[in-house]
Design a protein around this ligand. Structure first.
Ligand SMILES: [Zn+2]
Length: 128
């Protein structure tokens, strides 16, 4: 796979920066919402255990969403760091250059398609 052109890297860097800014705003908004005590508010409106469990579940879902966003922010920061060190677009697992179409679909992708597939299946790709 050919290395990315400077132009391609620049374009992907812009996209990473834009998404990074959006995510940081979302994370800040989520943190603000949870610190407003939404759980307490929900729990206060209900009396039986079943409804308390629903409030727990809602809180868990919010934390899961926040977790995903924070994870994504880290991925993007890793990608931006790699651009600075000239290692952008290399598979984290095997080191090959990830194709530009794959990076275009997700500029923060960490692995080539083979390593991603292997990781999702929880094992290494079979050797032929
Ligand atoms: Zn790989």
């Amino acid at each position: 796979m050919n290395r990315l052109s400077a132009q391609e890297v620049d374009h992907l860097k812009q996209r990473l920066r834009t998404e990074h800014g959006q995510l940081r705003r979302e994370v800040a908004a989520e943190l603000a919402r949870s610190s407003q005590g939404r759980y307490v508010e929900l729990a206060g409106q209900v009396h039986d255990r079943g409804d308390e469990a629903v409030a727990d579940l809602l809180e868990d879902l919010e934390i899961a969403a926040l977790d995903r966003h924070v994870h994504r922010v880290r991925l993007i920061e890793t990608a931006l760091g790699a651009i600075d060190t000239g290692r952008y677009g290399l598979c984290r697992a095997c080191g090959v250059q990830i194709g530009s179409a794959r990076l275009e679909a997700d500029p923060a992708v960490e692995r080539c398609i083979d390593c991603q597939t292997a990781a999702e299946q929880g094992r290494h790709a079979p050797t032929l």
